[in-house]
Design a binder for this molecule. Sequence first.
Ligand SMILES: C[S@@+](CC[C@H](N)C(=O)[O-])C[C@H]1O[C@@H](n2cnc3c(N)ncnc32)[C@H](O)[C@@H]1O
Length: 232
Amino acid sequence: MSDTGDDDFMARRDAARDRLDRLFGSKGGNADDRRTWFEEVYDTAEGDPAAVPWADLKPKETLLDWLSRNPGGGRRALDIACGLGDNAQALADAGYSTTAFDLAQGAVDWAKARFANSPVEFSQADLFSPPADWQGAFDLVHECYTVQALHGELREKSYAAISGFVKPGGTLLVISRSRGEGEEASGPPWPLMPSEFARFEKEGLRLVGENSYEVERTGRIIPHVIAEYRRD
Ligand SMILES: C[S@@+](CC[C@H](N)C(=O)[O-])C[C@H]1O[C@@H](n2cnc3c(N)ncnc32)[C@H](O)[C@@H]1O
């Protein structure tokens, strides 16, 4: 498997970013434009993870840290927009009975191939028209980097869509890039502002923990937040 830190990998990633930025739907647009763009990212990557700009090929450190303190014990987890599947696999490894979905069939097929013997149930689904029996069904909902990839009307709808999966007593964990209130962002991604994190509280969830931290990526320091919410 390629190492995301090596020079050749980063050169291929830069080339892919240039190509993907030129595709229609890369900077926003309506639901169909964005869907087409996300599908093209996976379908034109030709199996090279360097061509998927957000693929780390490992779970997020902050998720692993949280899971070490909150093992699943067989409870149900949902990974929103799973991409290549590393975070979903980490949820399963921590003892959660895990469902993971992505809009792009190419992402789902790739995740299934990478984690061929995984107990994770990977499936294609749209955050905005999910299976009815997912509503209020999960003990843990994990959202990483999806809202920040959405803009306009889709972003507006995303807070309610994500929160709706959390069962009473359940938890929502959000990992996202962050920015100050009113700070400009020329996304994607469009990091979340404090008022946007607060949108999850407006969906009937209670903030129980929040931590700001920084991630260094190709020489840049990128502010992040991990936030934990509970449905009482
Ligand atoms: C920035 S990537 C993040 C992927 C993964 N969560 C991670 O942390 O690496 C955003 C993902 O959202 C997916 N996506 C975009 N719109 C979606 C939708 N409406 N429903 C489900 N997945 C969606 C894309 O296909 C893409 O895999």
